[in-house]
Design a protein around this ligand. Structure first.
Ligand code: CNA
Length: 322
């Protein structure tokens, strides 16, 4: 289904400047905002791929391939790798803060222009800014919940934050109370001190381990990602909804390197006439945007865009609630 709209995009040559971006936003009615870690860096939450990002820190800590930290197979075979570093990506303890960029997305919602915010972020800051659940797709899940990889027990995410901050592996209370039948592999015979033979067993290292509801490499994205974007392949009980790809009239990507698939493919899934604006620090070279607003950070860009749209007072009013 994802290839339904795959189209060779070409830059729509008439758009180049910040004034063009402002006019596109003024005229748009159904905007997809695609966000990444860069919109939360001004809260002190590091991104992945900047020089000061988490991947650089993991490399300093000796992890050769930093993506391993988020690989589901690595997690299952050794959850301690993820939990040694997970505190680095935990949402801030003061949960009432958001950035001017989050406020801008909220303002697009208030103005009836926000079709959907597809966020790759797992920090949950969009909700703090008041972006409603029905306008938000958390493409890579969030720290808002956690589940036991063995029995499926669920709890609010913050229940395991104490363990994460302390660098401990959080354990499922149900599995601790009633240890599950172990699925072990026999390693062979081992001789104990009194010379009796005993079998040593390899216990599944992820048994009874809690995992935050974030999407690891190797795990599928939540089904709402493709159903909302392209339509549901199976009939659903909820009222039918026009797929976003069919009604979107502008895409704005903010603070993302667009290196993680399939989110990085969203632009290619939209009809080629839909204009696309990128807001980031460095130019994105592997995706064709019509306008790229670079260098100063998204908070500065949205403030300037709002100034030109005469929206500054409304933006400030939202920011002051954060
Ligand atoms: P990334 O690959 O680290 O890219 C971040 C991008 O944002 C880079 O291109 C930066 O140059 C850019 N950037 C940094 N600061 C700013 C700024 N102030 N204004 C504008 N742009 C800025 O992160 P992506 O989101 O592209 O990659 C997807 C991963 C990152 C997802 O799986 C996330 O879950 C994951 N992540 C999320 C968070 C979070 O939730 N806050 C933090 C770290 C990583």
């Amino acid at each position: 289904a994802l290839s339904r709209f795959l189209s060779k995009r070409q830059k729509l040559a008439q758009y180049n400047t910040v004034s063009d971006a402002v006019e596109l936003i003024r005229n748009a009615k159904n905007i997809i905002v695609l966000t990444g870690a860069g919109i939360s860096t001004s809260l002190g939450i590091p991104d992945f791929r900047s020089d000061t990002g988490i991947y650089a820190k993991l490399a300093e800590c000796g992890l050769n391939d930093p993506q391993e930290m988020f690989d589901i197979d690595v997690f299952r075979s050794d959850p301690s790798i993820f939990y040694s570093f997970a505190r680095l990506i935990l949402p801030p303890s003061s949960s009432s803060r958001f950035t001017p960029t989050h406020a801008f997305i909220r303002l697009l919602q208030d103005k009836g222009k926000l079709l959907t915010n597809y966020t790759q972020n797992i920090d949950g800051v969009e909700s703090v800014a008041g972006i409603r659940g029905e306008k938000l797709v958390q493409c890579h899940g969030s720290f808002g919940g956690a589940g036991c990889v063995t029995c499926g027990y669920k709890c609010p995410g913050e229940v395991i934050f104490g363990d994460i901050r302390a660098g401990r592996i959080p354990k499922c209370p149900l599995c601790l109370e009633n240890p599950p039948m172990t699925t072990t592999t026999k390693k062979g015979k081992k001789r104990t001190e009194n010379e009796e033979e005993e079998e040593e067993e390899d216990v599944d290292p992820s048994l009874g381990v809690m995992k935050p509801d974030i999407t690891f490499f190797g795990e599928p994205l939540p089904p709402t990602f493709s159903s909302r974007l392209l339509g549901s392949p199976t009939p659903s009980t909820s009222p039918p909804r026009t797929p976003d790809a069919e009604c979107c009239d502008l895409l704005i990507a903010i603070g993302t390197s667009l290196k993680v698939s399939p989110v990085s493919e969203i632009l290619g899934l939209l009809p080629p006439h839909v204009p696309a604006v990128y807001v980031g620090i460095e130019a994105v070279k592997h995706v064709e945007f019509d306008v790229q607003l670079l260098g100063v950070g998204s908070d500065v860009v949205v403030e300037e865009v709002c100034r030109r749209l005469n929206w500054s007072d409304e933006l400030r009013a939202i920011v002051s609630r954060g």
